[in-house]
Design a protein around this ligand. Structure first.
Ligand code: 9EZ
Length: 206
């Protein structure tokens, strides 16, 4: 949803029209034919890649954990992180938050990326260095960003990132669907039953 919103300036155009202005000047980009860089190719990253193939995007990715065989299965060209950053028109992050993934998209990424690169973070606050992102939006190296998660939640009132004209943002709504709530309830119930009867369960008991 954020990739479409980012590609076609949907929130900005909506805001203008609601504000009484008929501005047909928003110029977006086609997703078909563009290169999507998926950083982190676990369950979510793999589903994102599958959806992107449906849009006829080229999908490249980086993940130090998965092997070539799995990459082939999900139709993703596995590349070093620097190459993903160099080649992608749009980068989306789907890694866990770990010491080695904090600010995985930072100053260096914005130096090496294509001019106008668009960035999506609906994974974990802190994967993107917000100060570096703001600078890259200001100097034009980053063409736009879509954010659902933040280094601090909620972000400061009047945050320059949230208020930036090239940023589309939502308040950590990633899992907020009726469907996801039903699925997570079902998984929890079957896990508790399976755990108490000594059977396998999904995930872990903290
Ligand atoms: C993915 C990762 C790190 C990563 C590390 C671990 C499951 N997982 N994924 C992309 N343990 C850096 C980039």
């Amino acid at each position: 949803a954020l990739m479409f919103a980012l590609a076609r300036h949907i929130p900005q155009a909506n805001r203008k029209l609601v504000g009484g202005e008929w501005d047909r000047g928003f110029k977006g980009i086609e997703l078909t034919g563009k290169t999507l860089g998926v950083v982190g190719l676990g369950n979510i990253g793999a589903v994102v890649a599958e959806r992107a193939h449906g849009l006829h995007m080229k999908v490249i990715g980086y993940d130090p954990v998965i092997d070539e065989e799995r990459a082939k299965e999900i139709g993703v060209d596995l590349l070093p992180l620097d190459d993903v950053i160099k080649q992608a028109d749009i980068i989306t992050v789907h890694t866990p938050m770990l010491p080695e993934t904090k600010h995985i998209i930072g100053k260096q990424a914005f130096e090496n990326c294509k001019p106008g690169m668009r960035l999506i973070n609906c994974a974990r606050g802190g994967l993107v260095d917000e100060a570096a992102l703001l600078e890259a939006l200001e100097n034009g190296k980053c063409g736009g960003a879509a954010l659902d998660v933040y280094e601090k939640e909620p972000p400061e009132k009047g945050s320059p990132l949230v208020n930036h004209p090239k940023v589309v943002c939502t308040p950590h709504l990633g899992a907020s669907t009726f469907d996801a709530q039903v699925k997570v309830a079902e998984i929890i119930c079957s896990n508790v039953g399976n755990f108490l009867t000594g059977k396998d369960y999904i995930g872990r008991v903290n």
